[in-house]
Ligand binder design. Structure first.
Ligand code: F0G
Length: 466
């Protein structure tokens, strides 16, 4: 429950530190050399050459003392471990789903689920598929259909629930291609659309359509607690409810869920699948045994199950969620005031910088969002991730030019419980410096790229016109 004192406005970190991990300072020259050696691909930079690492909020959080204590309780028995039973009970109480399968992370759960539900000719709708989700759907030969709210396309509209699913488009799909849709998925929060939340009203409306067409509904609930926080803050009728109750309600609207616990599970590794239909148990459990491990550990150590169970209970703490949302908003407001356009409103786990608005004259071939990400690294040792043409565009084989992605964003994702306000203020200062020194932004070109998921391994070059 919320214990902050309304007389004082500063939102302090709701924890104190018990152990510290040093971070390494590098000179600008060292970072220029490191970036060149990494072929202007920030995935190729060594972590010790990064000062503030905002590449992802996935698996990068700090565990609490209760989670570290729980690790020691880990029961490493191959079958029937007590750690599994504890974890299973925690997930059952949170989600209301009877059947719980642990996986090593979110994408392993996706692989199991879409092996069962996917296949050639199928269409899987989602408000927005995350990239691994899309890849697993497509691997089976199915089509991954994004149906985001039309509001999501505008980076500036201040709407409370830009993560919602487009209900008109979903109904049109279900009425037209009813036989091809095996299930309906909703991602909370909507990562690909900027960490934007989905309203309870939207979840209920998706449920009603699923009922009408007899389809199961699954939540990709990696950030379920952040979503519940925004429902409490923004959706009429929820202000007086506890976040934990809101999260429980959201899960109970659906028939099943998969969760990357590396986000709101507050662990460095872990995930799970949970669902109510016993008919799914047999095929999913067999795939689990084949791909991950026996159902009472599923690709994890017993101690990981303990830490994940404790994390799932801790994450709905409202002082923590208030601090988290306010940290993201603080970063976003500061960068915006410093001259960097950002996606509005601020989401739950990250700030998204809008490179297209910062560099309106640049062509997609210049990779403007990657150039911005590189400048933040060179100038201040801050690492973000490009979500633009490098990640979602491709090279046209006929012309060698880039086929642009719809948006040119840089995501600065905040790891959970890791950085303090001073780190965030520093990132704001670095952003301001880059905005005030446009010569730090240097056009790039794709030199070499792999056949799939090119952004992880591509080699880039400075544009020779530089
Ligand atoms: N679903 C969503 C919405 C995600 O954001 C992610 C991962 C996954 C599924 C896959 O989970 O990584 O445990 O296999 N997102 C990370 C990110 C990688 O940086 O946003 P995973």
């Amino acid at each position: 429950m919320f214990h902050s004192d309304a007389r004082f406005k500063t939102v302090i970190e709701p924890f104190r530190l018990k152990m510290v991990e040093p971070i390494h300072f590098t000179s600008r020259d060292q970072r220029v050399a490191a970036l060149e050696a990494a072929n202007y691909n920030l995935f190729g930079i060594r972590s010790e050459d990064v000062l503030v690492d905002l590449l992802t909020d996935s698996g990068t959080g700090a565990m609490s003392m209760d989670q570290w204590a729980a690790l020691l309780r880990g029961d490493e028995s191959y079958a029937g471990s007590t750690s599994f039973r504890f974890f299973e009970r925690v997930v059952q109480e949170l989600t209301g789903f009877a059947f719980v399968l642990p996986t090593h992370q979110g994408r392993a759960a996706e692989r199991l689920l879409f092996t069962v539900f996917g296949g050639p000719g199928k269409i899987i709708p989602n408000n927005s598929h995350f990239d691994t989700t899309r890849a697993h759907v497509e691997l089976t030969g199915a089509v991954a259909q994004d149906l985001p709210s039309p509001l999501a396309a505008d980076t500036q509209i201040e709407a409370a629930f830009k993560g919602d699913m487009d209900l008109v488009a979903l109904e049109a799909l279900l009425s037209r291609d009813h036989d091809r849709v095996p299930l309906v998925c909703v991602t909370i929060t909507n990562n690909a659309a900027g960490g934007q939340p989905v309203s309870m009203a939207n979840l209920r409306a998706v449920r009603a359509l699923c009922d009408q067409y007899g389809k199961p509904m699954f939540l990709d609930a990696a950030r379920f607690a952040e979503n519940a926080w925004f429902v409490k803050e923004r959706e009429p009728g929820f202000a007086a409810q506890e976040v934990r109750a809101i999260a429980e309600e959201a899960f109970r609207i659906a028939d099943g869920t998969w969760v990357s616990a590396k986000k709101d599970g507050l662990v460095n590794i872990g995930g799970f699948l949970a669902f109510k239909d016993e008919k799914l148990l047999y095929p999913l459990r067999n795939l689990l045994i084949l791909n991950e491990g026996f159902p009472t550990y599923g690709g994890l150590a017993g101690r990981d199950l303990e830490a994940m169970a404790v994390g799932l209970q801790e994450v709905t703490d409202e002082d923590y969620l208030r601090y988290r949302a306010r940290s993201v908003a603080w970063l976003g407001k500061g960068l915006e005031a410093g001259g960097i356009p950002v996606l509005r409103p601020f989401g739950g786990h990250a700030v998204y910088l809008d490179a297209k608005r910062l560099l309106p004259d640049w062509a997609p071939d210049d990779l403007p969002a990657q150039a911005l990400a590189c400048a933040l690294y060179v100038e201040g040792g801050v690492r973000g991730v490009e979500i633009g043409t490098l990640m979602f565009g491709r090279t046209d084989p006929a012309t060698g030019r880039q086929i642009a992605a719809p948006r040119e964003l840089v995501r600065l994702a905040l790891p959970r419980r890791v950085y303090t306000q001073a780190h965030v203020d520093y990132v704001i200062e670095v952003g301001r410096w880059v905005a005030e020194h446009p010569e730090t932004l240097r056009k790039l070109r794709v030199g070499w790229e792999g056949p799939a998921l090119r952004h992880f391994t591509a080699r880039l070059l400075l544009h020779s016109g530089e």
